[in-house]
Design a protein around this ligand. Structure first.
Ligand SMILES: Nc1ncnc2c1ncn2[C@@H]1O[C@H](COP(=O)(O)OP(=O)(O)OP(=O)(O)O)[C@@H](O)[C@H]1O
Ligand SMILES: [Mg+2]
Length: 204
């Protein structure tokens, strides 16, 4: 099993964001759906230890998540957050930084292509990208770390239909061409069915 959550609880601001939440997430593609505020982003942050649960247990590949060193874990389990957060500079400098952190060689063109961006994006200033372009640059940055698991938080929320279709095609291709696993949050049940081998519904 890729991830297993047993009776997980997490409190924020004096109330439970997650309460006795249990789910098993196998390898492959799992889509997480649920209403706004259900705790979907919080769940993804738990999976690469950007947050730790207050109650219950989380396992990654059969080992307690707490046994993994957070930085090492994040190189293997990479989060593409809901809101783009690139470092100042070019797309290429962002990819280089990520690859260096992960100790991976970087092929800029190949990485851009895997995220559905053409090579001209390498030299683009991230401050001058549209939000949709930033989302794809964030995906490229995550891929530069050659993760085993990608956590995607609403990866197409800022995109029009054409760009959304392109990102969905990219994700489908990534899955065909590598043994990358995806855990994907979507507010769109149709997208969840298109991209997920299975769909997990989070209660409100
Ligand atoms: N640091 C915090 N302090 C207080 N409340 C928080 C904090 N972080 C998250 N929350 C609350 O936890 C709940 C779950 O937040 P989360 O971002 O996980 O929801 P979500 O399912 O991703 O929602 P959306 O679909 O809007 O992105 C929300 O009610 C949110 O207000
Ligand atoms: Mg969210």
């Amino acid at each position: 099993m890729l991830f297993e959550l047993r009776e997980v609880g997490l409190d924020r601001g004096g109330r439970a964001v997650l309460d006795s939440f249990s789910v098993a997430i196998p390898e492959g593609a799992t889509a997480i759906v649920g209403p706004s505020g259900a705790g979907k982003s919080t769940l993804l942050r738990l999976l690469n230890r950007l947050a730790d649960p207050d109650r219950g247990e989380i396992f990654y590949r059969g080992r307690p998540l707490g046994d993994y060193e957070p930085l090492a874990l994040r190189r293997e389990v990479s989060l593409v957050p809901q809101l783009p957060a690139l470092l100042e500079g070019t797309v290429e400098s962002n990819l280089r930084y990520a690859a260096e952190l992960a100790g991976e060689e970087l092929d800029v063109e190949e990485t851009l292509a895997r995220a559905g961006l053409d090579p001209s994006f390498a030299g683009r200033d991230v401050a001058k990208l549209s939000v949709g372009e930033q989302q794809r640059a964030m995906l490229a940055r995550a891929l530069a770390q050659r993760p085993a698991v990608l956590l995607l938080d609403e990866p197409t929320s800022a995109l029009d239909h054409a760009a959304r279709d392109a990102v969905e095609a990219t994700l489908a291709r990534l899955r065909r061409e590598s043994d990358l696993s995806l855990v994907l949050v979507s507010h769109d049940p149709e997208q969840a069915r298109r991209l997920g081998d299975r769909v997990v519904e989070m209660p409100a």
